[in-house]
Design a protein around this ligand. Structure first.
Ligand code: C2E
Ligand code: MG
Ligand code: MG
Ligand code: MG
Length: 290
């Protein structure tokens, strides 16, 4: 009986594997067509500079407008794109789109920085610097407007290579940021010695600050405070990610974070909504001041 049960488990397991492999294959084929067919979209989430309370930049977050499944978040297709080698093609499309949008905002008198998420595999492929340069040349966007985000985990995969490419990008004027800091178990010394200008504090730390039990709240605040002073000591700016409540916003501001990003400020929005959102925000602020 035990043997039969064991065999059933194995069969179920390989059925699962087959199903997930088939699903991955389907998503891969569809995804490559989707880029061609114009089904990918970029949404932008504002970044608030806390000292001046002004929006100085945005982060670009890709979505897939799937004809049957609706608007898909990156978690549904970015991992597949990374596993299948399609992610560089996707990122080149995102870079071109973001550079074009940011150049248009610049021309409208909205000088925003725009951050693009880069996968670890792209850093390893050797085309990152040339792909980024091409997007800038085609759009005419100034390199100072572009930020590249790499997660703490992907930097830790090959720190030497990351450091090389970060240095090369920063010489061209492009800023580099370390994303999801505090979510991995990477070597602290390695991360802080990276030539990056921005440290993004993972939302798991930020969201522990308020609304949860008192003890955990003060521990999370201490963790955020530590990362903020670490960033400052390394000459880096800091971003609090995933700020959802006014209390969290007040706390990260009091702790000396440079920027905040999160639903309490704005959700990611389509490019065409951003100028109107910025306009209504500055009118609200003017009304409050006057
Ligand atoms: P990320 O770079 O850390 O981006 C922040 C994520 O947090 C976004 O999820 C954003 O919508 C979400 N977020 C923002 N504010 C809040 C908040 O207040 N509360 C909560 N709970 N979440 C908030 P999204 O858009 O689903 O993206 C997830 C991840 O997918 C990103 O994490 C990034 O790692 C990846 N990603 C997004 N766009 C791209 C891309 O163009 N290329 C690559 N390679 N990865 C991407
Ligand atoms: Mg990011
Ligand atoms: Mg993040
Ligand atoms: Mg993340």
């Amino acid at each position: 009986a035990a043997k039969a049960a064991g065999r059933n488990t194995v069969t179920a397991f390989s059925d699962d594997l087959r199903a997930s492999a088939q699903r991955r294959l389907r998503v891969t084929t569809e995804l490559s067509d989707a880029i061609e067919a114009g089904q990918m979209v970029v949404h932008y989430q504002p970044l608030l500079h806390l000292r001046t309370r002004t929006v100085t930049g945005v982060e670009a977050l890709v979505r897939w407008e799937h004809p049957e499944r609706g608007l898909l978040p990156p978690s549904e297709f970015v991992p597949v794109a990374e596993a299948s080698g399609l992610v560089d093609e996707l990122t080149r499309w995102v870079l071109a789109t973001v550079a074009r949008d940011a150049a248009a905002w610049d021309a409208m008198g909205l000088p925003l920085t725009a951050a693009v998420n880069i996968s670890a595999t792209h850093m390893g492929s050797g085309t990152l610097v040339s792909d980024v340069t091409r997007a800038l040349t085609t759009s005419g966007l100034r390199p100072e407007r572009l930020v590249l985000e790499l997660t703490e985990t992907s930097v830790a995969e090959d720190p030497e290579r990351a450091a090389e490419q970060f240095a090369e990008l920063r010489v061209s004027g492009i800023e580099v940021s370390i994303d999801d800091f505090g979510s991995g178990f990477s070597c602290l010394g390695q991360i802080v010695s990276m030539p990056a200008g921005i440290l993004k504090i993972d939302k798991s730390l930020v969201q522990g600050i308020a609304g949860s039990g008192h003890k955990q709240a003060s521990q999370s605040a201490a963790a955020v405070e530590t990362v903020v002073s670490l960033a400052r000591a390394c000459g880096m700016r800091s971003v609090a990610e995933g700020v959802e409540t006014p209390e969290q916003l007040a706390t990260v501001a009091a702790l000396g974070c440079t920027y905040a990003q999160g639903f309490v400020i704005a959700r990611p929005m389509p490019a065409e909504d951003l100028p109107r959102w910025l306009g209504s925000r500055s009118r609200r602020r003017a009304a409050l001041a006057g």
